[in-house]
Design a protein around this ligand. Structure first.
Ligand code: SF4
Length: 352
């Protein structure tokens, strides 16, 4: 198959991409990369225009996870140099939300490295969510691991809009990556979050020594669940983890992965997630033709290129950051010329 434009038209007419079509996108030759991205962009543009939604992560509990996901530097089972600390206080989480808002984020995501939240952690996240919602017009996301009965409802009632829990990879490949819990456990938590009324933010990570077929199986599983948000991480191999020597994916492979997720999830919030700078390098702007959102200011345990460069990049590529304007005045410590909010206001025509 090589008529990606025609595939895009069919998707926009309501066609659900088949496994074979998705695999053809993932396996397209590098000569077809721009054609694939053009098709993905047609779908992206129909649902999201040239908008880019900026998300900011808060690592609310770091480096003390008992699980054994082989890519993760926050597992206590591996010898990594990641910072370790327990659950942050409500004030720290609210301060993180303020900083995210000041940076022009639309979504603030509080993340804990854990198998699942204990009651005290749910209390802290709920109290923080209520306080943040009183002050800032941010969408709130929580990523706290596997949820037990009743926990999703509490989070939803407190104002958490989305729950993140990634399936990471296909069901078949999952046991090669994680042994301390099952893929099905993850699916159950995502379904719990949806049943409680939260949107599901659920994606995965590519570069785990999986096949392209595993990408397709993951994308199809996410479609079956009906997730609203699909973060696509690219393995940025961390020293001390079992996958530290995993073969790196090329930027073009990662772009085709993003395009495939876009074709399978035409309306979803498809996000360029962890590993963006490390893996895509100079090709980062091309990812915006398939994805409509990304994280700024780094990830849970690794830094990014900085929000100023991020906003400059998306503006230079002709995209528009989505900005929430109905909150308090933003506190911009940097100059208007370089601060993300300066860039944002200029982009939205409100700089003057
Ligand atoms: S459950 Fe999350 S924090 Fe824990 S090891 Fe797996 S990916 Fe890392």
């Amino acid at each position: 198959m090589s008529n990606w434009d025609e595939l895009a038209d069919r998707v926009l007419d309501g066609h659900a991409v088949t496994r074979e079509e998705a695999l053809a996108v993932a396996e397209a030759s590098d000569d077809e990369l721009l054609g694939v991205l053009q098709g993905a962009f047609k779908v992206r543009k129909a649902h999201h225009g040239r908008d880019v939604r900026i998300h900011v992560l808060q690592n609310a509990k770091s480096g003390v996870c008992p699980e054994d996901c082989k890519f993760c530097s926050q597992s206590m089972k591996f010898n990594t140099d990641v910072e370790q600390y327990g659950m942050q206080r409500v004030e720290e989480l609210v301060q993180g939300a303020k900083e995210a808002y000041d940076r022009g984020a639309v979504t603030y995501c509080m993340v804990t490295a854990t198998r699942g939240p204990v009651p005290d952690e749910i209390d802290i996240i709920c109290e923080a969510a209520q306080k943040i919602k009183e002050e800032y017009p941010l969408d709130l996301c929580a990523s706290l691991g596997l949820l037990k009965e009743g926990q999703a409802e509490r989070l939803a009632e407190a104002g958490i809009d989305r729950y993140n829990h990634n399936l990471e990879t296909s069901e078949e490949h999952f046991e090669n990556v994680v042994t301390t819990h099952d893929w099905g456990d993850r699916v159950e938590t995502v379904k719990r979050a949806k049943s409680a009324g939260m949107e599901a933010c659920c994606g995965g990570i590519v570069g785990l020594d999986e096949s392209k077929n595993d990408w397709v199986e993951l994308a199809m599983a996410l479609r079956e669940i009906g997730v609203e948000s699909v973060p696509v991480n690219f393995l940025n191999a961390r020293e001390g983890t079992p996958l530290e020597d995993a073969k790196s994916l090329s930027p073009s492979e990662c772009l085709k992965a993003l395009a495939m997720f876009r074709f399978v999830h035409p309306e979803a919030d498809v996000r360029i997630a962890g590993g963006r700078e490390a893996v895509l390098g100079q090709m980062q702007p091309l990812a915006l033709y398939a994805a409509n959102s990304f994280f700024t200011e780094g990830y849970l345990t690794t830094g990014g290129q900085g929000d100023s460069k991020d906003y400059t990049m998306l503006k230079q590529a002709g995209f528009e950051p989505v900005i929430v304007d109905d909150g308090p005045e933003r506190d911009t410590a940097e100059s208007e010329a370089t601060s993300p909010c300066g860039a944002t206001r200029a982009a939205s025509g409100a700089a003057e």
